[in-house]
Ligand binder design. Structure first.
Ligand SMILES: [Zn+2]
Length: 218
């Protein structure tokens, strides 16, 4: 996934993350009913249980937001030009006409409130940072110099980590957990799922695969 796709994924799913933070426990993966079905509840990663899943979402929002906002702050300090100032107090002594002064003040007001600018103060969300960073990677117009190769690499690295965390928290990346049950070949069967498609039991050693009909949520 390239930097722009990763940042767009974060921005697109920002509301979903906030919604998931307060979702009901049975939205966790693997669902409790499936865990009971497999009778291997204690084998699962505790991070996949209901309450910790939601704490994990809160952590994801906090970490992704902190990382993306910090990166936008650093990058904006380097690539964003200072806003054009208003007309100087001694505009008349400098030979400016009132029309010159008004033009300069209008330009200054427009530039300082240009929505393309990264705000160094006020509310800055993870989504805002993702959208702003994606625009810099694309080279969208605005009061910015182009990013250097090193800066593009840095954004790509951070964006990829952020997207991975968001995908994991939302369960849109297929994951696998050990079941503690042995396949007929002797290797451990893994339970794969969590991405919205039917879960399956798979063995990596002999490639045996069994799609499960997920029991209805209790
Ligand atoms: Zn096997």
């Amino acid at each position: 996934m390239n930097a722009i796709a990763a940042l767009q994924l974060v921005a697109r799913h920002w509301d979903d993350l906030h919604a998931l933070r307060t979702s009901r426990p049975h939205d966790a993966w693997p669902p409790a009913s499936l865990q009971a079905y497999l009778r291997t509840v204690e084998e699962y990663d505790p991070a996949d249980r209901s309450a910790p899943v939601r704490l994990h979402v809160v952590d994801t929002i906090r970490i992704v937001e902190a990382v993306l906002v910090a990166l936008a702050d650093q990058l904006a300090a380097r690539v964003q030009s200072s806003a054009v100032g208003p007309a100087p107090a001694d505009w008349a002594a400098r030979g400016w006409t009132p029309a010159d002064r008004d033009r300069r003040n209008a330009l200054s007001a427009a530039d300082s409130t240009d929505p393309a600018r990264w705000p160094f103060v006020g509310t800055r969300t993870g989504r805002q940072a993702a959208v702003w960073l994606a625009a810099r990677v694309r080279g969208d117009a605005g009061p910015f110099r182009p990013l250097t190769g090193g800066e593009l690499d840095e954004v790509a690295r951070v964006a990829s980590g952020a997207a991975e965390r968001v995908e994991h928290a939302l369960g849109i990346r297929r994951r696998s957990v050990g079941t503690g049950r042995a396949c007929s070949c002797g290797d451990e069967l893994l339970l794969e799922g969590g991405d919205g498609r039917p879960p399956s039991l798979v063995c990596r050693a002999c490639a045996r695969s069994l799609t499960l009909a997920e029991p209805a949520a209790a």
